[in-house]
Design a protein around this ligand. Structure first.
Ligand code: SF4
Length: 242
């Protein structure tokens, strides 16, 4: 269905044990990839809700609560597309808040540089010799809060990255702050966020959310334009190609 520049359709998905019929609305015309991020956020929300329901049916409950920001000190890998979207989110903040968020990003960048992790995490070639587990452990050891974390809650909750939506646990919340994440039981959620990483470039590219502003200084200015349905189809193809 096409209505005032938008096109809607119901997506029927079957991923693992999850079956879903999810209505999606995207721009009908040619747009940058960032324009379909809200539709992808809605899709991931629906997948996560279905995964939560499945866990409840098996007698498990999600223990994540507002005000518990332990997982917001982990390395959060995000895609170029989500990075571009988040830069626009920061730009749209009232001046005072924008300055505070930018200051926290500058602080995070300095902390990672002091730890010798800044260049490594921003450059896929430099991190090639290290496993994701090694990088995550080194990052988590810094106890560096995400620059969007305020009073242990996400200050951009409706705009938080897909990977943040997908990370929920069913184990006691206090275990999440442990140094080795021992005993932490993440909810089994299909990782749609990794398809977003290949949305604009076929390669699986990511950078840490905490280095968003550092990444923005080096990013390519090229912007590919496709119709909303084309972007969604490309996203779904990446999902099937894993
Ligand atoms: S974006 Fe929000 S949910 Fe994600 S790590 Fe940062 S504060 Fe936490």
């Amino acid at each position: 269905m096409v209505d005032s520049g938008q096109v809607s359709a119901t997506l029927r998905l079957s991923v693992g044990e999850i079956r879903l019929a999810h209505p999606m609305t995207v721009p009908a015309g040619a747009v940058p990839a960032t324009a379909v991020v809200p539709a992808l956020q809605g899709l991931v929300n629906a997948v996560v809700e279905a995964a939560e329901q499945r866990a409840r049916d098996m007698g498990k409950a999600v223990s994540c609560r507002k005000g518990c920001g332990a997982c917001c000190r982990q390395l959060v890998p995000i895609s170029r597309t989500e990075g571009e979207r988040l830069l626009a989110v920061i730009e749209a903040l009232p001046e005072e808040r924008r300055a505070a968020v930018r200051a926290r990003f500058a602080e995070a960048e300095a902390t990672l540089a002091r730890a010798g992790l800044g260049d490594v995490l921003l450059d896929p070639e430099k991190r090639a010799g290290k496993t994701d587990r090694e990088l995550s452990a080194a990052y988590f050891a810094l106890a560096l809060p995400c620059p969007f974390l305020e009073e242990e809650s996400c200050s951009i909750h409706p705009e938080r990255p897909l990977v943040c939506r997908e990370y929920l646990v069913t184990s006691p919340a206090e275990l999440c702050a442990g140094p080795n994440q021992e005993g932490v039981a993440p909810l089994a959620v299909p990782k749609f966020s990794s398809s977003a990483r290949k949305l604009q470039d076929d390669a699986d590219t990511w950078f840490p959310l905490a280095l968003l502003t550092a990444w923005s200084r080096t990013r390519s200015a090229d912007r590919v334009m496709r119709t909303g349905p084309d972007w969604v189809q490309r996203f779904l193809r990446q999902l099937g190609s894993k």
